[in-house]
Design a protein around this ligand. Structure first.
Ligand code: PLP
Length: 430
């Protein structure tokens, strides 16, 4: 792939900088409004030539450790369903009951009566689960980050963001109009330098707890200590906020409670925890938890919360049920970690580089786009294993991203490991 093709600063293909569409009428006297399609055709052609064109894969089965695409069944190492809850009978029963009790559509935003008492029940439950005063539900993790971050910081503030933070955080920072300073991935001394030099009124440190494409964990204890010290030194109390995106930590780290619990950190008033129900909890939607003041402020100002229809009540019921399962069945998380450790150890033994993965997200470095596509295709077509290729602009360096779940059996894991050995021995990639 041509290096000039990628915007080095952002890692995005330059062609994503699309020009304005040129409208014209289809036929005389009105008709369909059409666009100058050749513009996109040319840009799509470049994507395809650089092997960066993306395609959707839709299942013909429920989500799980085995899924079907078309008529064929595949072993699935692609989902974020870490605890295997996406198709759990208890969750399905609870969601069905909520459908009977509350119907399907919510038909209005929360502020206009779109929520039911299940929304409040879930907020109370997740606030308690995270040991915080209050919580608010968002329609997705993406909506949460693009709504909460602009609610917390504006033009006079400075945000300090890890360079590998999720795209929704990057977009949230842009929408906030705050000065955004990017610190090198997990580099505490760089963060410290940047934060000490900056004299903005309010400072917000933002980090993923588990990085979604690398599977590594942020050094949260060090970040917390830095914020704590700064907050004790500065004249205005709590002028440094810590915002964590615990999308991949919730249900996985700290016996399921997430990253703060994993690092044994108290949920201070100046810490805002965002997370999703869409990954380990096998459901959908997201949450923010923290002090009552902060949550009320977000409720009153986050545009993605205010101006969007509430999630259906059956989704709330599913998330409540998922939390109940996590609280009552510690075996689930133990099984996840046993599976994760076994897969990670075996992959390393074969000789692959799994970067700094310390979680069920295990990247396998394959260096080039071509190699990555070749390995993913080989696993899919020859071995019936779905292990997706992750390419720019999602990541700078292409890789296969394996995700291990509690629902994978020993046999599933053996099949994956044997297939990965063959990939190595047969030199499927150079
Ligand atoms: C770290 C992180 N934050 C936020 C999101 C967005 O969550 P959702 O899929 O619920 O929109 C994701 C999902 O990929 C994620 O990995």
């Amino acid at each position: 792939m041509s290096r000039d093709f990628i915007d080095r600063k952002r890692g995005f293909p330059k062609i994503l900088n699309l020009g304005p569409p040129l409208p014209f009428r289809d036929g005389e006297g009105g008709g369909l409004l059409c666009y100058n399609m050749p513009v996109f055709f040319e840009k799509l052609k470049i994507l395809k030539e650089n092997r960066l064109f993306r395609e959707i894969k839709d299942r013909t089965s429920p989500q799980g450790p085995k899924v079907k695409f078309g008529d064929r069944e595949y072993l699935n190492f692609s989902s974020n369903d870490y605890l295997g809850l996406a198709n759990h009978p208890y969750i399905i029963d609870k969601a069905k009951k909520a459908l009977d009790d509350y119907g399907y559509g919510s038909a209005a935003s929360r502020l206009l009566g779109g929520g039911s008492i299940l929304h409040k029940e879930l907020e109370d439950k997740i606030a308690k689960f995270k040991d915080t005063e209050a919580a608010l539900i968002f329609n997705s993790g993406y909506a949460a980050n693009t709504g909460i971050i602009p609610a917390m910081g504006g033009e006079d503030d400075a945000i300090f963001s890890d360079e590998l933070n999720h795209a929704s955080i990057i977009d949230g920072c842009r929408l906030s109009r705050a000065k955004t300073l990017i610190y090198r991935h997990k580099d505490l001394s760089h963060l410290k330098d940047l934060i000490r030099k900056e004299d903005a009124k309010r400072k917000i440190v933002i980090t993923d707890t588990v990085f979604s494409m690398n599977g590594d964990i942020t050094p949260l204890r060090g970040i917390y200590d830095l914020c704590l010290t700064l907050n004790s030194e500065l004249p205005t109390p709590n002028s440094v906020l810590l915002y964590i995106d615990d999308a991949h930590g919730t249900g996985v780290l700290g016996k399921g409670k997430g990253a703060l619990s994993h690092f044994n950190i108290r949920p201070e008033h100046w810490i805002i925890q965002m997370g999703t129900f869409s990954k380990a909890l096998g459901s959908f939607g997201a949450f923010v938890t923290g002090s009552r003041d902060i949550i009320e402020w977000i409720l009153n100002t986050a545009r993605s919360f205010i101006f969007s229809t509430a999630l259906p009540s059956c989704v709330m019921a599913a998330s409540i049920a998922a939390l109940e399962l996590i609280e009552n069945d510690s075996e689930l998380i133990k099984r996840l970690w046993a599976n994760r450790d076994r897969v990670a150890d075996c992959i390393k033994e074969i000789g692959y580089d799994i970067m700094e993965s310390g979680t069920p997200i295990i990247p396998i470095k394959t260096e080039t786009v071509e190699n990555t596509l070749r390995v993913s295709k080989y696993l899919y077509e020859e071995k019936g294993i779905f292990a997706p290729a992750i390419r720019p602009p999602t990541v700078k360096e292409s890789r296969i991203r394996i995700t291990v779940t509690a629902a994978h059996t020993d046999e599933d894991i053996e099949r994956l490991i044997e297939a990965l050995k063959e990939v190595k021995w047969q030199r499927v990639f150079s």
